[in-house]
Design a protein around this ligand. Structure first.
Ligand code: 5GP
Length: 182
């Protein structure tokens, strides 16, 4: 799929806000910046927040020119159980692997900051050495929680966006650019 300026899907019109090329260039720069900040001795853990950040995380780690690990976390309003029946806050996440490590949370978008504020507080209990936030998008005019985004690609206005991993009702995650519904 390419990234035309206007697309019509499911009887809705979408206007392109950010092109695939612009996203690609920003992520390459962001990966370089993180690599520089980490230095040679560090093997950071990138923690991809599912589902929306999966495309961003895939591109970020492929642009990261050094050793790194990738883990996935699903924020949900309920807890799951693992095979031992133990209640786990984040099923599938090996929380032991965060201890003493430099962890970078990889998120699609920080909107009001509510989710990130919660996540930052909660993940600190697993004792990472550092805990940073990389967000593809921030909406500064909507932010109402005390969240510091260490690495951000784009600041966008207060609009609902889709594409590049972000969905509307499960759809449009596969669009290669960022679109606003008209
Ligand atoms: P917050 O807790 O910061 O208010 O919201 C964060 C979450 O809301 C994001 O991870 C994302 O899932 C969803 N979200 C916020 N703004 C948008 C948007 O413009 N488009 C889409 N698709 N999701 C959004």
């Amino acid at each position: 799929m390419n990234d035309p300026e206007i697309i019509n899907l499911n009887n809705s019109t979408f206007r392109r806000l950010i092109s695939a090329k612009e996203i690609e260039e920003k992520i390459a720069l962001l990966a370089q910046q993180i690599r520089k900040d980490m230095g040679n001795a560090e093997v950071p853990v990138f923690l991809c927040i599912l589902k929306g950040a999966f495309v961003f995380a895939a591109d970020l780690v492929r642009n990261y020119d050094g050793l790194c690990e990738l883990q996935f976390l699903r924020l949900s309003s309920y807890s799951g159980t693992d095979s031992t029946g133990e209640v786990k806050a984040y099923p599938g996440l090996d929380t032991d692997k965060l201890k003493g490590r430099r962890v970078v949370i990889v998120e699609d978008i920080v909107d009001t900051g509510l989710s990130m504020n919660y996540l930052l507080k909660d993940l600190r209990k697993y004792k990472p050495r550092t805990l940073d936030v990389a967000a593809l998008f921030t909406k500064p005019s909507r932010l109402c929680h005390d969240v510091k985004v260490d690495y951000s690609c784009f600041e966008i206005p207060d609009a609902f966006i889709v594409g590049y991993g972000l969905d509307y009702d499960g759809l449009y995650r596969n669009l290669p650019a960022i679109y606003v519904k008209e």
